[in-house]
Design a protein around this ligand. Structure first.
Ligand code: ADP
Ligand code: MG
Length: 260
């Protein structure tokens, strides 16, 4: 479903590569966490998969479409299948939960009517289903900026779900949340990923959350993949390889209670 070959991303001619990946594939239905220090290239990887960052070389293929070379129409079609979730939620703050989630249908709806707020019964049904799925029906008509951080991130998940995505990219989706809310949002993301069998790739700041909620972990260091494996093989020495340090107190087994 996602295939990366000989990819190199640079932010400026004389800058070192922010991302340099020889071969990386993600299959349909995978739940992946990308970990690594600040500046390791996690966001760059996710931005690249959404087509927001143009590589200096290499190929990214998603759902059989070459993300940087395919005709625009084909790229747009694939792009509509990629849902994005950000650390800072990125909702329209003055709009209601319902309106925010309907925005997830914008790519699929007819452009002119949706510009004036008209969505087909099918679009509205899909948006409502997404709101039900994240458990926000009671708050559907509340303005987004009045919600707590955890609730706002649930809206962002619903908006992504309303796209009926094949791929969900979540860039540090829980870094703005307290530990309990973070666990709830990761649990929700894991459940929706399992239910819809789409591919979820999320960057996570905390390795213990990656171990708890992902089935596969990618460790990035200075733009390169230095670890790729299941949570159980992410040993302390592998962690040192990813984060570049000894005696990292990064494991907190009490918190590893995520979904299977
Ligand atoms: P992470 O998400 O793992 O913290 P990033 O992907 O944001 O890492 O950054 C990887 C590298 O690219 C860093 O060295 C960062 O400074 C650089 N970088 C990221 N975005 C930009 C940008 N827009 N302009 C210039 N350099 C950038
Ligand atoms: Mg980042």
């Amino acid at each position: 479903m996602v295939s990366i070959e000989h990819l190199e991303v640079r932010y400026g001619k004389n800058k070192p590569a922010a991302l340099s990946i020889q071969n990386l594939r993600f299959e349909g239905g995978e739940r992946v966490a990308v970990i690594g220090s600040s500046g390791a290239g996690k966001s760059t990887l996710l931005r690249c998969l959404k087509g927001y960052v143009q590589p200096v070389q290499g190929k990214v293929e998603i759902l059989g479409c070459n993300l940087f070379l395919a005709p625009r129409r084909q790229r747009n079609r694939v792009n509509r299948k990629i849902g994005l979730i950000y650390q800072q939620f990125h909702l329209a703050p003055r709009m209601t939960v319902w309106q925010n989630v309907l925005c997830g249908r914008l790519g699929a709806a007819r452009p002119l009517p949706s510009l004036f707020g008209y969505f087909s019964p099918r679009d509205r049904r899909i948006a409502w289903e997404a709101i039900c799925e994240v458990g926000l029906t009671d708050l559907a008509h509340q303005v987004a900026e009045t919600l707590s951080g955890g609730e706002q991130q649930r809206v962002a998940v619903a908006r992504a779900l309303a796209q009926r995505p094949s791929l969900i990219l979540a860039d540090e989706p829980v870094s703005s949340l307290d530990p309990l809310r973070a666990a709830e949002v990761l649990q929700l993301l894991s459940e929706v990923q399992k239910h819809h069998e789409n591919t979820l790739i999320m960057s996570l700041h905390q390795p213990r959350l990656a171990k708890a909620y992902a089935k596969r972990i990618i460790g990035l260091r200075e733009g390169r993949v230095v670890f790729d494996g299941p949570p159980e093989s992410l040993t302390e020495s592998k962690m040192e390889g990813i984060y570049g340090g000894k005696n990292l107190i990064l494991f907190d087994d009490h918190a590893t209670t995520g979904s299977g």
